[in-house]
Ligand binder design. Structure first.
Ligand SMILES: [Zn+2]
Length: 228
């Protein structure tokens, strides 16, 4: 059984705390007036709205290093409720993983952050978040993330990764191999894009439907021109 700290005592925080306690775990529920109380759990659940996550990570700093940090947020745009606040093709997990770097730095264990990223990448080889977070970390250390990304992008192409790759500066003429990686990644990325669009509700399905599976309109799903 575990000791779990839950930051955020709203509906989600209380529900998670209740379920964790029912499962025989001990929990502590912290709210916004408990910023001075250090988290003691080996698992920390961030049960706050997405815009507050960065603040909590800032406040908790070193306390979070080496802990299992669980994010339950949706990076919803709370002004409109119709879009996400993370970059297209990015994710909240990438943003949060990048922010956790500060926690390891404050704890005086900056190298442990790289171990955390490597473990995350090994555990979730299909996820793009650990790869993007690691590439950003390599870049933040003043190194060119291109070498790291080249192999990863051929396995898991992402537009964010391609952008970081391109930000690596001019491509030396000896790196034909890198250009080949870029070509393959772009090709796979384009292939993976939804190829159809519902003109009624905006759904982007991969296959052509006579009837839109989302808004149930007939004949509104057409091939999409704009692959990007
Ligand atoms: Zn539709």
């Amino acid at each position: 059984m575990a000791h779990i700290s839950i930051v955020g005592s709203g509906n989600m925080g209380q529900a998670i705390s209740g379920i964790a306690a029912k499962g025989g775990n001990t929990t502590e529920l912290l709210n916004s007036s408990d910023t001075g109380t250090p988290v003691t759990g080996e698992i920390v659940v961030l049960a706050v709205p997405y815009p507050k996550v960065a603040e909590v990570i800032d406040q908790r700093g070193a306390q979070l290093a080496g802990k299992i940090v669980v994010d339950i947020t949706n990076p919803l745009d709370f002004a409109t409720f119709d879009g996400l606040t993370v970059p297209a093709d990015g994710s909240a997990a990438t943003e949060i993983a990048a922010a956790l770097q500060r926690c390891y730095k404050e704890a005086g264990k900056p190298a442990a952050y790289e171990e955390f990223l490597d473990e995350a990448e090994a555990a979730y080889p299909e996820a793009s978040a650990p790869v993007l977070a690691k590439a950003r970390w390599v870049q933040a250390n003043g190194d060119n993330p291109r070498e790291y990304l080249s192999g990863r992008l051929s396995r898991k192409p992402t537009l964010q990764g391609l952008l970081l790759w391109l930000e690596g500066g001019p491509v030396p003429d000896t790196t034909l191999e890198s250009l080949q990686t870029l070509r393959e990644s772009l090709g796979r990325s384009i292939q993976a894009r939804p190829k159809h669009l519902c003109s009624s509700c905006g759904l982007r399905p991969n296959v052509l439907y006579w009837q839109c599976p989302q808004c149930k309109s007939w004949g509104t799903v057409v091939p999409a021109e704009d692959v990007f």
